[in-house]
Design a protein around this ligand. Structure first.
Ligand code: NDP
Ligand code: HSE
Length: 437
């Protein structure tokens, strides 16, 4: 049978991972697909660069539009990344009637609604398994395997770089920048690593997970996003002493009030599997009303794990070539005209527990003043840790954990405590989730 010809845009970490995988597993993939699959053309910016894959037999260009306009190419695999060029190229590919596979969560989170509308118009597929949690087939699990469930919430470690940094800081005592440099060297980080450390990449992935879990449009600009750059080694250490790990989580939850979409560092009790997901590994916990709690774990970044997800999409797309659009899985798991308009809740309305750390003057009555504010606001304390002052210091750190309250109550408490003369500097607030329901 004639081979399916792929046009590959991007020959970086994931692009080369995909080429290597096709070389290595090509025969087996042909046995699965029923016909050979080849990368016949590929585009990169700088053709003189050495590559981590064998590109012999692939026609290379630095003009990706040539590939998009090539009538022999049926499927475009977009592995360039970023919002702009990638979006223009993908839209052009769809208008040319090509199926598209992408690992680009930034593009899907920001422009997915337009991309899917165009794909539907053209009767072609857009597949994006590698866009969330690297090698974990989480999109397929939620979109296809859990369809009998009403998904009530999910929570995940979905950025490998951030998890790698937090793990290195905790286990190896490395500093933030050193761990980030290493993640970049290993090919985990985004082209702009602030996307990883400021939570933007996790927010892209949360946007996609929320859409396929709750049947809502992609709403990246409604996600509350906080990164890990303000997490100090002392917070990691105090959290550990209290029996928690600090994880960077993406959390989506639906209730009658609306939908929570939030990304932030979170204390997780040591007894939870999630607290034990280390290094570049990702994990997503999904709660469905029928199945209860399920959890998916695996490598969240890197050439081969991500290529593994891209390859799954390639096979799905090749198997469905020639099928009527109505027989394909909808892009977001729900028909585009059936998406719900459930409101996204403001952060003030969410309910969670909190870790607080503050430096206070080492004088009588300070603790009473702090706890009085909490009592007035009906906030009860779960645990309290007061450290011995360092020699020559006139302040002491106080660390406390609260029970679950509304964020608006905590904002008021932080405001009032911040006005106490005895409280020095900014109070650190980290949210805490038990995952016990
Ligand atoms: P890289 O930066 O390693 O590779 C990007 C590739 O795209 C390079 O080959 C670059 O060319 C090429 N490129 C960039 N702009 C253009 C352009 N305008 N025209 C033609 N080629 C272009 O990125 P990654 O492989 O790490 O990431 C690719 C995508 O996969 C991104 O969307 C990323 O978010 C996603 N992803 C990455 C993961 C990872 O672990 N790295 C995991 C999951 C998803 P040149 O080499 O010549 O500069
Ligand atoms: N930079 C991303 C991460 C790549 O570290 O998770 C995988 O999407």
């Amino acid at each position: 049978m004639e081979p399916v010809k792929l046009g590959l845009l991007g020959l970086g970490t994931v692009g080369c991972g995909t080429v290597n995988m096709l070389h290595r597993a090509g025969v087996e993939i042909e046995r699965r697909a029923g016909r050979p699959i080849v990368v016949s053309r590929a585009a990169a910016r700088d053709l003189s660069k050495p590559r981590d894959c064998d590109t012999s037999g692939i026609a290379l260009t630095d003009k990706p539009m040539e590939i998009i306009e090539d009538p022999e190419i049926e499927v475009i695999v977009e592995l360039i990344g970023g919002y702009d060029d990638a979006y223009e190229l993908v839209m052009a590919a769809l208008r040319n009637g090509k199926h598209v596979i992408t690992a680009n969560k930034a593009m899907i989170a920001k422009y997915g609604n337009e991309i899917f509308a165009e794909a539907e118009k053209q009767g072609v597929t857009v597949a994006f398994e590698a866009a969330v949690a690297g090698g974990i087939p989480i999109i397929k699990a939620i979109r296809e395997s859990l369809v009998g469930n009403h998904i009530q919430w999910f929570a995940g470690i979905v950025n490998g770089t951030a998890n790698y940094i937090l793990t290195q800081m905790r286990d190896e005592g490395r500093d933030f920048q050193e761990a980030l440099d290493e993640a970049q060297r290993l090919g985990y980080a985004e082209a702009d690593p602030t996307f990883d450390v400021e939570g933007i990449d996790a927010a892209h992935k949360l946007t996609i997970l929320a859409a396929i879990s709750f049947g809502i449009p992609l709403q990246f600009d409604r996600v509350y996003t906080e990164g890990i750059s303000n997490i100090g080694r002392e917070d990691i250490q105090y959290a550990e002493e209290l029996g928690y790990s600090i994880k960077h989580l993406a959390i989506g939850q639906i209730s009658e009030e609306g939908i929570e979409l939030r990304v932030h560092p979170t204390l997780v009790p040591h007894r939870r599997l999630m607290a034990n997901v280390g290094g570049v590994m990702n994990a997503v916990m999904v709660y469905g009303d029928a199945v209860g709690r399920t959890m998916y774990y695996g490598a969240g970044a890197g050439a081969e794990p991500t290529a593994s997800a891209v390859m799954g999409d390639i096979l799905d797309v090749v198997r469905s070539l020639g099928a009527k659009a109505v027989h394909r899985v909808p892009y977001l798991g729900f028909q585009l005209n059936q998406l719900s308009d459930a409101p996204v809740l403001p952060m003030e309305a969410i309910e969670t527990a909190y870790y607080l750390r503050m430096e206070v003057s080492d004088s009588p009555g300070v603790m009473a003043a702090v706890t009085q504010i909490l009592a007035e606001l009906n906030i009860s304390i779960e645990a309290l840790l007061q450290k011995v002052p360092e020699p020559d210091q006139d302040t002491v750190p106080i660390i406390m954990l609260t029970h679950r309250i509304r964020e608006r109550q905590m904002n008021e408490a932080l405001h009032r405590m911040g006005q106490l003369e005895a409280v020095r500097g900014k109070i650190t607030r980290i949210r805490l989730e038990y995952f016990d329901d």
